[in-house]
Design a protein. Structure first.
Length: 348
C-alpha cells in the first residue's frame, strides 16, 4: 500500500490530460489506410515518439509497433501508481494484476510452443506487480511445471497448481489459462469495503467487466458445441449469473440472450443481441461487449468524477487504443482490406 493518503482529485486531473491524448475517430481513419511503416511514422508524431525512437534501431514493421505499444502502455500505467496514494494506489495496483495474468499466459504459451526465452520476454507488458527478476525467471523456466512452481505464493499459484493435473491429462493449455483468468478476476474485489458512492461505483465497473467476461465465455461455449464444463469458465464476483445459471444457459443460446436482454445491461447490448441471430455475428457481439464496457465505465466516471472510476475508464480506454492499433498493423500485414480492418476496431 502507498504510504500517502488517498488522492483521487489529483490522479483524475492527471488522467484527464492523458485521456485527451488518446487516438480519436480521425486518427483511426488515417491509420486503417496505412502500412506498418507508415503507422510507425504516424506514431512517432504522437505520444509514442520516445518508444518508437528507442526501439527503432532494433525492430521494424509490426514488431516495432507492438513493442512500442506495450512499452508505452506500461509507462502510462506506472505513472498512475506513481501519482496515486492510499486507497487509490491499492485499487489501481489490484487492477494492474491484469498484466501479470497476461505475462503468465505469455510464458505458458511460449514454453508450450518451444519459444526462446528472449522471444517470450519481448512480449511481456511490465505494468503489473511482478518485478523484472521474476519475469526473467519465468521466461527462462524450462517447463510448464517450472512456471507453476515459480508462481507459488502469488494469486495464481493455487489455481494453477489445481489445474496442472488436468493440463497433464489433456495436453492443452486451456485449463491453465482459465485458472489464470479466474484468479485475476476473482481477486479484483478482494479487500473492497465501504458503502460510500465512490466505492459502490468502483464495484459496479468491476462487476460489469466480470459479467461481460462471463457472457463472452458462455456464448463461445454455446456456439462451439464442444463438450466442456461451463463451471470451469465461470468467474465469480459479477451480478449477472451464478454458476448454476451459467451452466444451464450455455445449453440454450436463446435463453442466454434473453437473460442478458432482461438484465441491467440489456439497453447497452440490445443492438448486439439482435445481431446474434446471425450465426457469424459472435465477433461483432464480442466487440459490442467491449464497447459497452467502455461506455459503461465512462458513464459511471461522469456520475462521480472524484471516485476511482475515471482512472479505470482511462485504463480501459488506453488498453483499447493499444488493441486497436495492434489490430490495424496486424490486419494490414495480413493483407486485409480497409473494411475488414475497421470491423476489428472498437471505437467509442
Amino acid at each position: 500500500m502507498s504510504a500517502t493518503g488517498s488522492n483521487p482529485e489529483y490522479v483524475n486531473a492527471r488522467v484527464r490530460a492523458r485521456r485527451a491524448k488518446l487516438f480519436g475517430d480521425e486518427d483511426y481513419r488515417k491509420l486503417v489506410r496505412m502500412g506498418p511503416g507508415e503507422i510507425a511514422r504516424f506514431m512517432e508524431e504522437t505520444e509514442y515518439e520516445s518508444e518508437i525512437n528507442a526501439l527503432g534501431s532494433r525492430h521494424d514493421g509490426v514488431d516495432l509497433i507492438e513493442y512500442a505499444l506495450n512499452r508505452n502502455m506500461a509507462k502510462h500505467f506506472d505513472d498512475l501508481l506513481r501519482w496515486a496514494g492510499g486507497t487509490v494506489y491499492d485499487r489501481i495496483a489490484s487492477y494492474l494484476r491484469k498484466f501479470d495474468a497476461w505475462n503468465v499466459k505469455t510464458v505458458l504459451r511460449g514454453i508450450y510452443s518451444g519459444a526462446e526465452p528472449e522471444a517470450i520476454r519481448t512480449d511481456f507488458i511490465g505494468a503489473g506487480e511482478f518485478d523484472d527478476a521474476l519475469l526473467d525467471r519465468l521466461a527462462n523456466a524450462g517447463s510448464v511445471e517450472d512456471v507453476v512452481d515459480l508462481l507459488d505464493g502469488t494469486i495464481f499459484g493455487e489455481p494453477l497448481d489445481a489445474a496442472f493435473e488436468e493440463y497433464q491429462e489433456s495436453g492443452v493449455l486451456v485449463p491453465l489459462e482459465n485458472a489464470v483468468d479466474r484468479a485475476f478476476y476473482e481477486h479484483l474485489l478482494d479487500d473492497v469495503s465501504g458503502s460510500d458512492e465512490a466505492t459502490q461505483l468502483y464495484v459496479e465497473v468491476l462487476q460489469a467487466e466480470i459479467d461481460f467476461r462471463n457472457v463472452r465465455n458462455a456464448l463461445r461455449l454455446s456456439r462451439s458445441g464442444a463438450e466442456m464444463d461451463p463451471a470451469e469458465y465461470y468467474i465469480a464476483g459479477g451480478k449477472l449469473f451464478d454458476e448454476s445459471e451459467l451452466s444451464q444457459l450455455v445449453a440454450d443460446t436463446d435463453l442466454l440472450v434473453t437473460h442478458v436482454r432482461d438484465s441491467d445491461y440489456g439497453d447497452e447490448l440490445s443492438a448486439a443481441l439482435d445481431g446474434l441471430e446471425d450465426a457469424d455475428s459472435l465477433m461483432g457481439f464480442e466487440h459490442a461487449l467491449d464497447r459497452a464496457l467502455l461506455e459503461y465505465s465512462r458513464a459511471l466516471s461522469n456520475r462521480f468524477p472524484l471516485s476511482i472510476c475515471p482512472v479505470l475508464a482511462y485504463m480501459l480506454a488506453k488498453e483499447r487504443e493499444v488493441e486497436n492499433v495492434r489490430a490495424v498493423a496486424r490486419g494490414r500485414e495480413a493483407g486485409l482490406s480497409d473494411a475488414e480492418i475497421e470491423e476489428e476496431l472498437v471505437i467509442v
